[in-house]
Design a protein around this ligand. Structure first.
Ligand SMILES: NC(=O)c1ccc[n+]([C@@H]2O[C@H](COP(=O)([O-])OP(=O)(O)OC[C@H]3O[C@@H](n4cnc5c(N)ncnc54)[C@H](O)[C@@H]3O)[C@@H](O)[C@H]2O)c1
Length: 392
């Protein structure tokens, strides 16, 4: 049961992203930070800085609530390493705590499906943290898609160079078995956006990029993809965390306070249609529409292409905190039962299935169909629960 008007939110895991979520919770008028849970050495210091309670486990937090007659938190934001999401989220759901789970919902689709079935059975709400859906650049892209006519193809890029400390500070990032690798950590954001904008992906083919970080043999550094959507639209995508490049969502939009904004970047996404091409994040529309003075002949290569800015003042008033704030407001609405999750467990599973197909394609050197959720057997053991489950 929801305990109060201002929702109490606990943040689970306070490495890179957890403290950022926690600050948003503190600043949001609809939420209070209940505390943080983290068994690692950083936990007590972060809690002290944020002036909240620290718990070394979810079990300890629950025990504290029971002993002090305190209501459980209304919601939790799960910011633990990728391969721990399902177990952590299931434990919270077993106490009726609603969930915002960072992406990926799980590196394993079988675990993700088990979690979805379990939370549904408990009446617990689950939102997946693909916060870029709330980014004004993505909102504006969606609004302007119709201007290109029928969408035939898309091209996208997420390329940059991560610092050594990123890998040295958290070993889970250096092994695919713990959810590491740029495909699982970063490409999954773009996969979510691509499906959000162009519908389900049906098939992928991926070529692994050459390895630069030889000290981490069990993790990918990116791939070049060809993608076929169910609609028939096709695309290509380049993803790498080993190259020097500003062509990535964060640099292009300025949404991440730790990655410098590269002003005037063009063509992170290029969306090619029968009537025009839209370039993002610059929002240049290339087209051959009539200017109203002379009747336009059939558009073709014989005529000049016009360039038009379809979003004025391309900065879109974007503050780096905006997508996280909007996501948190939405989580509040989801917990209150006002709306369904904008990025649902089904959406999260769908992205995981696409990454699974990418990894299989790399392994087999063949194109791979993205599996249908209904063909995947849920892995209920991964929930790590003692209660007897009566689930499909
Ligand atoms: N949405 C985004 O833009 C974004 C950005 C960064 C990370 N992420 C996602 O957030 C998650 C965390 O990433 P990170 O880079 O902050 O990781 P991190 O390694 O920096 O931090 C993870 C923290 O979780 C703690 N932890 C581990 N097991 C735990 C458990 N069972 N209970 C509580 N705490 C536990 C660790 O001690 C650590 O402090 C990942 O899933 C990642 O993919 C999302």
């Amino acid at each position: 049961m929801i305990s109060s008007v201002t929702l109490k939110i606990v943040v689970i895991g306070v490495g890179i992203i957890g403290p950022r979520h926690a600050k948003h919770v503190i600043e949001n008028p609809h939420t209070d930070l209940f505390g943080i849970v983290d068994p690692g050495p950083a936990g007590p210091g972060v809690a002290k800085e944020l002036k909240v309670d620290h718990f070394s486990s979810i079990q300890n937090m629950i025990q504290f609530c029971n002993e002090t007659n305190t209501n459980y938190p209304d919601g939790a934001i799960v910011c633990t390493p990728n391969s721990t999401h399902v177990k952590v989220a299931a434990e919270l759901a077993s106490h009726g705590i609603h969930l915002l789970v960072e992406k990926p919902l799980s590196p394993s689709p079988a675990e993700a499906i088990a979690l979805k079935n379990y939370v549904d059975s408990k009446g617990v709400k689950l939102l997946v943290g693909h916060h870029r859906r709330f980014n004004p650049h993505i909102v504006a892209t969606k609004e302007n898609l119709h201007k290109v006519g029928k969408i035939i193809a898309v091209q996208g890029t997420w390329t940059l160079r991560k610092p050594s400390a990123y890998f040295e500070s958290a070993t889970w990032r250096t092994d695919i078995n713990t959810g590491g690798g740029v495909l699982m950590i970063n490409l999954i954001h773009d996969i979510d956006l691509l499906q959000y904008m162009f519908g389900p992906i049906e098939r992928v083919y991926a070529e692994l990029l050459p390895k630069q970080k030889l000290q981490y043999p069990n993790v990918d550094e990116g791939a070049v993809l060809t993608i076929r959507f169910k609609s028939g639209t096709c695309g290509t995508f380049v993803c790498s965390d080993s190259v020097t490049s500003p062509f990535n969502f964060e640099s292009g939009t300025g949404e991440n306070p730790t990655i410098p904004h590269h002003e005037d970047l063009e063509g992170l996404y290029r969306i090619f249609g029968t009537e025009g091409t839209l370039s993002v994040p610059d929002f240049t529309l290339y087209h051959q529409q009539s200017n109203g003075e002379c009747k336009q002949e059939e558009p073709s290569w014989l005529n000049p292409i016009q360039r038009e800015s379809v979003v004025k003042d391309r900065d879109l008033e974007l503050h780096s905190h905006l997508p996280f704030d909007l996501q948190l407001n939405h989580f509040v609405d989801v917990i209150r039962g006002n709306v369904d999750p904008f990025c649902s467990a089904q959406d999260g599973m769908s992205s995981s299935l696409c990454i699974e197909a990418v990894l299989k394609s790399i392994e087999t050197e063949l194109p791979q169909r993205v599996s249908d959720c209904s063909t995947i057997k849920p892995d209920y053991e991964s929930l790590g629960l003692k209660e007897k489950l009566n689930l499909p």
